[in-house]
Design a protein around this ligand. Structure first.
Ligand SMILES: NC(=O)C1=CN([C@@H]2O[C@H](COP(=O)(O)OP(=O)(O)OC[C@H]3O[C@@H](n4cnc5c(N)ncnc54)[C@H](O)[C@@H]3O)[C@@H](O)[C@H]2O)C=CC1
Ligand SMILES: NCC(=O)COP(=O)(O)O
Length: 333
């Protein structure tokens, strides 16, 4: 029997707990594989009740108990008996989020769970309790023995897949961080993962320029000719179907998107703005280049709407579904 997916609760004051319950309530109509929440049974129960979901919670001690109860109740690996106060993050909640992330990562690494789906955390809140990574991506990478450089963030929705080459760094640092080798490395990991986990035999990579009009022959910056173009050449030499640098403003319209499978972007917002504009309600953040599968909904903690019932469950469902599909593909390879 396939091992279940491990879904971390994220920050308990955010929308993670209620979306876990909402996804479970739609398990049959959405055809979701069995999953369990790593977090707090009390928080999940209260979040479900507040959202009007009659979800029963069953506490499990280990993933092999999940199959028994998933049909009738939402399985939770209970790490803490916390009070549930939506929209009011505190250090105890941040500690639970961190503990849940570490525990779930360990369970997936051991094979007890088939894939990791992380609920949203607030990076600044976790930093207060000792989290010293830019995000969950780098935490999971380190736990898997993969360097941060080789753990690649991809945001995937029905309309668009994007990879930001630089991620959680100040915009003013981006030009100095970009090297042909960094672009080549991350784009090559992307191409390999699209083949291994998504079944694309020869993925097409559209590589964005950094500057307006991809530099306009050096009149608007030299990074496009001196850094991005050499990276594309290296990728092509390696047999990868990459092309660019493309002017970033004209590569995301509907017809342009038909010409590629993934857009390789130079910085966080160049990638995430078009993706979230098109696919916010079904977007998945996935980490490529790991020995395990890790996905996450594309949104954050949304503290302002936690507990109000306004948070939409689409991205959580998409993240669970994608994790299940990628795990199944690896298992059958
Ligand atoms: N995967 C993760 O762990 C992520 C965590 N974050 C963290 O989340 C915190 C808040 O970040 P923001 O930039 O405010 O992003 P956010 O995604 O939490 O919220 C942005 C806007 O989208 C709305 N929204 C978010 N999720 C929604 C949903 N499921 N349904 C309906 N509306 C939704 C929010 O109400 C808000 O108006 C930050 O601390 C950030 O670090 C942000 C992105 C991803
Ligand atoms: N903007 C994406 C984001 O914040 C998620 O980062 P991570 O925690 O998945 O590394």
């Amino acid at each position: 029997m396939t091992a279940p997916l491990a879904l971390t609760i994220g920050d308990p004051a955010g929308v993670g707990p209620e979306l876990a319950a909402a996804a479970w309530a739609l398990r049959d109509s959405e055809g979701l594989p069995p999953f369990f929440v790593v977090g707090s049974a009390r928080v999940v129960e209260e979040a479900a009740r507040r959202r009007g979901i009659s979800a029963l919670v069953c506490t499990v001690k280990a993933p092999d108990e999940v199959a028994e109860c998933f049909d009738g109740a939402l399985p939770v690996l209970d790490l803490a008996d916390l009070r549930y106060t939506p929209g009011e993050p505190d250090d105890a909640g941040a500690s639970l989020a961190l503990n849940a992330l570490a525990t779930a990562t360990g369970l997936v690494r051991s094979g007890a769970a088939s894939a990791l789906v992380t609920g949203p955390i607030a990076k600044s809140r976790l930093a207060r309790v000792g989290f010293d990574h830019p995000g969950q991506t780098e935490f999971v990478a380190q736990a898997c023995g993969v360097t941060a450089e080789n753990a690649v963030m991809m945001l995937a929705g029905p309309s668009l897949k994007v990879v930001p080459i630089t991620v959680h760094v100040a915009l003013r640092l981006v030009p100095d961080m970009l090297t042909a080798e960094l672009i080549r490395t991350r784009a090559a990991i992307t191409a390999a993962a699209l083949t291994r986990d998504y079944g694309l035999t020869a993925p097409r990579l559209a590589v964005a320029g950094l500057n307006p009009h991809a530099g306009e022959d050096g009149r608007m910056g030299h990074e496009d000719t001196q850094v991005v173009a050499p990276a594309v050449a290296l990728l092509r030499d390696a047999g990868i179907n990459a092309f660019g640098p493309l002017p970033p403003d004209t590569m995301f319209h509907a017809e342009a998107r038909e010409s590629y499978d993934v857009a390789i972007c130079m910085y966080h917002d160049q990638a995430l703005i078009p993706m979230k504009a098109l696919d916010f309600d079904a977007g998945v953040n996935v980490t490529l280049g790991l020995p395990i599968i890790r996905t996450s909904p594309d949104h954050g903690t949304a503290f302002a709407i936690a507990g109000t019932g306004k948070a939409r469950v689409g991205p959580t469902i998409a993240a669970l579904r994608m994790a299940g599909e990628c795990a199944a593909r690896r298992a059958s390879a």
